[in-house]
Write a protein that binds this ligand. Structure first.
Ligand code: SAM
Length: 278
């Protein structure tokens, strides 16, 4: 989940594609940070961040890298645990924001891309990458790159959404199908969640754990954020008519008024280890 903000709020125009690095340069960092802060409060995101930290078992003195570190929360957490903590983030605005948020932190933030990490082979003990691969054109290559920098015995967690798991109610099934298909076609890698395990295995890593968490959108989500963006963009793409967009918006907001709106989405997390040297 990456797209929130009611009209008039900062972040209102941030869209799923805005976190693609090609679009990030055009997008305001304050708006992206606002959206990421909203996401970070959601129970599914909190649960998977906590699970990742437990699985990664970071130890003081180790080196940890967060690929696509956004506002830097997870990098600062590693630094506070006594690790050398580095966030790789291609958006200069988000790197600045991360530094601004943790002025006393030893966390470091560097420019870089998931498929070209600025680290030597086998130089990193811990890697995490959360809700980034859905925005990346070559996710499998990115995971191979993460495996390259991992030391033997090093641990990695990938977290991502699978957008085809979205359930939205109420909606006309035919309109909904066209909206979802249009949305999936506009995202770089909307099926990322289901691919994480295979990408780690194909990169030669040993899977050590996996879990999932369900994003449950609150009732106010019918009026703002992802859903308003989805029907607006479907209309712009010609996938639904203006009348269908209006009927969809009316249907979900009326349902929310009586507490009957539903939207859920599944997020996945997988942990793996690089085989220790023999
Ligand atoms: C949805 S945010 C997630 C941020 C952070 N991982 C978190 O959990 O809050 C996606 C992040 O990936 C970054 N990003 C996009 N494309 C990237 C790429 N090719 N390599 C590394 N980071 C990328 C974006 O700039 C953004 O900060």
């Amino acid at each position: 989940m990456d797209d929130k903000g009611a009209p008039g709020e900062p972040g209102a125009n941030i869209q799923v594609g805005s976190f693609k690095i090609a679009d990030a340069a055009k997008t305001d960092a304050a708006g992206m940070a606002f959206v990421l802060d909203q996401m970070a409060e959601r129970p599914a995101v909190r649960a998977l961040k906590a699970w990742a930290l437990e699985q990664l078992a970071p130890a003081p003195g180790e080196t940890a890298v967060d690929v696509g570190s956004g506002t830097g929360e997870d990098v600062v957490a590693f630094a506070e645990l006594g690790l050398r903590a580095i966030g790789v983030e291609p958006s200069a605005g988000l790197r600045d924001e991360a530094v601004r948020r943790g002025p006393d932190s030893k966390a470091e933030f560097v420019d870089g891309l998931s498929d070209k990490l600025p680290f030597d082979d086998e130089s990193v003990d811990v890697v995490r990458c959360e809700r980034v691969l859905q925005h990346v054109e070559d996710p499998a290559g990115s995971v191979r790159e993460m495996a390259r920098v991992l030391r033997p015995g090093g641990r990695i967690v990938l977290i991502d959404t699978d957008w085809q798991t979205a359930i939205i109610h109420p909606a006309d099934p035919d309109v909904l199908q066209r909206m979802v298909a249009s949305f999936l076609a506009q995202a770089a890698n909307p099926y990322s969640g289901r691919q994480l395990r295979g990408q780690l295995a194909d990169a030669g890593l040993e899977i050590t754990g996996e879990t999932a968490a369900t994003w449950l959108e609150p009732q106010e989500g019918a009026r703002k954020g992802f859903l308003s963006m989805m029907h607006t963009r479907s209309l712009q793409a010609g996938a639904i008519t203006a009348a269908e967009a209006e009927a969809f918006a009316k249907g979900i907001t009326e349902a929310a008024d009586r507490g009957a709106f539903h939207m859920s989405l599944t997020m996945y997390a997988v942990c793996a280890v690089k085989a220790p040297a023999v």
